[in-house]
Design a protein around this ligand. Structure first.
Ligand code: TXA
Ligand code: MG
Length: 317
């Protein structure tokens, strides 16, 4: 693969899908309105949700947002990595209005992946990128997931193998008096609080709420087409089982174990690929075993609850 070529495509306003440590991103020049519009067109997003701008480092971030000591402390510890910071835009921020959906704040992160870093440097500008799936689908953690859902919409898919973290980044809003977790993700709440003290948790907001702060919070955002049943300790014969730990119940049509050892990091990395693999016509329902609500379990359970959210199309019989 040719990174220089990919960087040139970004500069020319084209879409390039690329790997990050969290999930694959659908990237475009974050300073180019038309290029960012192509992202929404390709994803089939119903609304212009604000996007994350990916930068190489804190020096690049400072040109886009009003940086402060708290941001510096967090970035020094977590960047490059799965923590996205929401900060006020600078007065002369080059970000396209569409990148931030017209907000005066912007979400920024430096991804921890050599291909993502090389692409940002080759493009020589911030890259706006949501997860590289059609709106409402499960986020891609492998290049072939991207090819399946967006293959005809992107100029180029850079293949970096499976994503190490497997869950999207944590989104932390630094524009309110207390830093607020808008989306749990790859950087754990515990690790953030160990560094900066207590953070507030924003409540999941109902779809369509005018006060919606982080549209990633839409109730059914990560839905596979089969219904999900959470907290399962037994399975029906027509169910698939998404297991966790060393004692999964027997009897499912198909069983995939997120982590036989009960390791939350391994479970996060396997989550989206496993949901895809179990989302099959012969499966009436995907039963999911309980996952502990600590560390990465917070983000895993958040994604599972969204995938299970009853939006009418998911009711079982
Ligand atoms: O891991 C990730 O974050 C992946 C990879 C590709 O970096 N990207 C990703 O992007 O998940 P997306 O667009 O699916 O999610 C961006 C999240 C959404 O929840 C969005 O609402 C929030 O960030 N966000 C973006 N800008 C914001 C802003 N100015 N204020 C509040 N939330 C914002
Ligand atoms: Mg997404």
């Amino acid at each position: 693969m040719n990174i220089e070529e990919a960087g040139r495509l970004i500069r020319e306003g084209e879409l390039v899908a690329f790997p990050t440590e969290t999930v694959y991103g659908l990237g475009a020049d974050a300073t180019n309105e038309r290029a960012v519009a192509k992202i929404f067109e390709a994803k089939g997003r119903p609304h212009f949700n604000p996007l994350i701008s990916h930068v190489a480092d804190t020096r690049a971030a400072r040109q886009l947002v009003r940086w402060n000591d708290l941001a510096e402390k967090l970035a020094a510890h977590f960047w490059p990595g799965p923590l996205t910071l929401v900060l006020p835009k600078t007065d002369d921020s080059p970000l396209a209005l569409l990148t931030t959906a017209g907000l005066d704040t912007a979400a920024i992160r430096a991804p921890d992946h050599p291909i993502a870093q090389a692409l940002i440097r080759a493009a020589d500008r911030p890259i706006a990128a949501p997860s590289a799936n059609r709106s409402g689908g499960v986020s891609p953690t492998r290049a072939d997931h991207v090819a399946q859902s967006l293959g005809d919409k992107v100029k180029l898919i850079l293949d970096g193998g499976p994503c190490r973290v497997g869950l999207e980044s944590t989104v932390l809003d630094l524009t309110s008096a207390t830093p607020t977790l808008l989306r749990p993700g790859g950087a754990t709440r515990e690790a953030i609080e160990a560094l900066i003290g207590p953070v507030a948790l924003s409540e999941a907001l109902p779809e369509g709420d005018a006060a919606l702060k982080s549209p990633g919070q839409l109730a059914s955002h990560y839905a596979p087409s089969r219904p999900l049943r959470l907290g399962a300790t037994a399975v029906e014969a027509d169910e698939a089982l998404l297991a966790f730990g060393d004692r999964p119940p027997a009897g499912a049509v198909r069983t995939l174990n997120l982590s036989p050892a009960g390791d939350l990091t391994e479970a996060a990395a396997n989550l989206f690929a496993s949901l895809r693999a179990l989302d099959r016509p012969e499966v009436a329902c995907i039963a999911v075993m309980p996952i502990p609500e600590t560390g990465l379990g917070l983000a895993i359970n958040d994604r599972l609850r969204r995938a299970a959210a009853d939006d009418g199309k998911h009711r079982r019989r």
